[in-house]
Design a protein around this ligand. Structure first.
Ligand code: NAD
Length: 257
């Protein structure tokens, strides 16, 4: 990954930050995108501690705004001259509620960020990669992009869409040297998942977490670094022929009947 130019959306926390840390240590040049400017500043400090020489660009952007997405792509090309890898990661969970009771404003927000945000990213990054005749893309789906997850209709709909778009991008741009995959993490301990356990059991989120982990074949939740290592492989030249796949990173749980 040395000197590879990688865009990471949702880079300030959770899975985005964990991958930024992993790639910074390997000497990649990182374009960090997030709508939380303060958290982005904190992320820069952490990354400089890992590698004081790391070349970073930060762009504050809401990925549900097409204009903001075009801007982060343009800024990355202005700064680094190319885009080798794109970790299309920013996303939200929305609120937990049964399908017929789901708040429609929140539903639309989840779709705007998780589906349209990923789509805009592909729309503006792919033409840059086409000119280079090279590029690696990792979209972030979820096990909710492979299976149903009760009380999360908007999230599940958006993540199935991400998995579908991934297949199409792989079909349409493989000829341009662009490999596109999605990852489908299970429950990985990030701020987003901590918030979900608070919704499940506001009095004792830790109990909800422990109970949830018991269903997993490994009897534990995943760690952000265990996602970062897979993303790093998919974004690297080591990946020469994997494309159009949605790869579960869930300790095997999604195979369970
Ligand atoms: P997180 O909430 O811990 O971090 C998400 C980051 O994205 C934050 O820094 C947030 O500010 C940023 N972000 C959110 N919406 C944004 C927007 N509209 N524009 C720009 N930045 C935005 O979440 P996470 O757990 O790291 O999740 C990252 C991705 O992984 C999401 O797409 C999520 O759906 C997916 N995912 C996570 C898990 C998990 O277990 N953590 C499982 C499956 C899928």
């Amino acid at each position: 990954m040395k000197d590879k130019v990688i865009i990471i959306t949702g880079a300030a926390m959770g899975l985005g930050l964990a991958t930024a840390e992993y790639l910074a240590a390997k000497g990649a040049k990182l374009s960090l995108v997030d709508y939380n400017g303060d958290a982005l500043d904190d992320a820069v400090k952490k990354l400089k501690e890992i590698n004081s020489e790391v070349e970073l660009l930060t762009v504050k952007a809401d990925v549900s705004s097409e204009e903001a997405v075009k801007n982060y792509v343009d800024k990355t090309v202005e700064t680094f001259g190319r885009i080798d890898g794109f970790y299309n990661n920013a996303g939200i969970e929305g609120k937990q509620a049964p399908l017929t009771e789901y708040d429609q404003e929140i539903f639309k927000k989840v779709i705007d960020i998780n589906l349209m945000g990923v789509y805009y990213g592909l729309r503006y990054v792919i033409p840059v990669m086409q000119k280079q005749k090279y590029g690696k893309i990792v979209n972030v789906a979820s096990v909710g992009g492979i299976r149903g997850v009760a009380n999360q209709t908007a999230y599940v709909a958006s993540k199935h869409a991400v998995s579908g778009m991934t297949k199409n991008a792989a079909l349409e741009y493989g000829r341009d040297g662009i490999l596109t995959n999605a990852i489908a993490p299970g429950a990985i301990l990030t701020p987003m998942v901590a918030e979900a356990f608070k919704q499940v059991n506001p009095d004792d989120p830790k109990a909800a977490e422990t109970e949830y982990a018991q269903r997993n074949p490994t009897k534990r939740l995943g760690l952000p670094k265990e996602v970062a290592t897979v993303v790093s492989f998919l974004l690297s030249e080591e990946n020469g022929y994997v494309s159009g796949q949605t790869i579960a990173i869930d300790g095997g749980e999604s195979n369970m009947y």
